[in-house]
Design a binder for this molecule. Structure first.
Ligand code: 4NP
Length: 149
């Protein structure tokens, strides 16, 4: 029986949110907690995660190679209890599809889990690298999420 549904969102759904999905799945009982990820863009629809995210995951015993990129949809507000966005730009794009206050209240910046109220971004590693740093941030945030479910 699924008790809670959590969606991780970034821009491409190939670098940050696939790692966030894989990391959180490793920390919760997936019989009870459903975790998925999506991108605000459709740039990489149907693609595997970026090879650099796959490598960082593998290094930490997390296999994300079953994942394929998909776009965030307004219908996701009907499915998920919490939507964790990686940065403020993702947040604006997701909020643009919200229909009401209930939808808006589901959207949270993932780093506010560990840096409450600071509205920090998980830096986009696509052009700049920094995947290990992204992994560390997401691991810390997901530990907090898992401990507070
Ligand atoms: P992500 O990284 O949002 O963490 O998946 C990106 C992936 C692709 C692009 C930008 C960011 N892109 O512009 O194609």
């Amino acid at each position: 029986m699924i008790h809670k549904r959590i969606l991780m969102v970034c821009l491409g759904n190939i670098c940050r949110s696939p790692l966030a999905e894989g990391i959180l799945k490793a920390k919760v009982d997936t019989d009870f907690i459903y975790v998925d990820s999506a991108g605000t863009s459709a740039f990489h629809r149907g693609e595997l995660p970026d090879h650099r995210s796959i490598e960082i995951g593998k290094k930490h015993n997390i296999d994300i190679t079953e994942q394929r990129s998909r776009q965030f949809l307004a219908a996701d507000f009907e499915i998920f209890d919490t939507i964790y966005v990686m940065d403020n730009s993702n947040k604006n794009n997701v909020l643009a599809l919200a229909k009401n206050t209930e939808d808006r209240n589901k959207v949270k910046l993932i780093l506010n889990e560990i840096n409450s109220g600071q509205d920090l971004d998980v830096p986009d590693p696509y052009y700049n690298d920094g995947f290990e740093n992204v992994y560390k941030m997401l691991n810390e945030a997901c530990t907090h999420i898992a401990n507070n479910i």
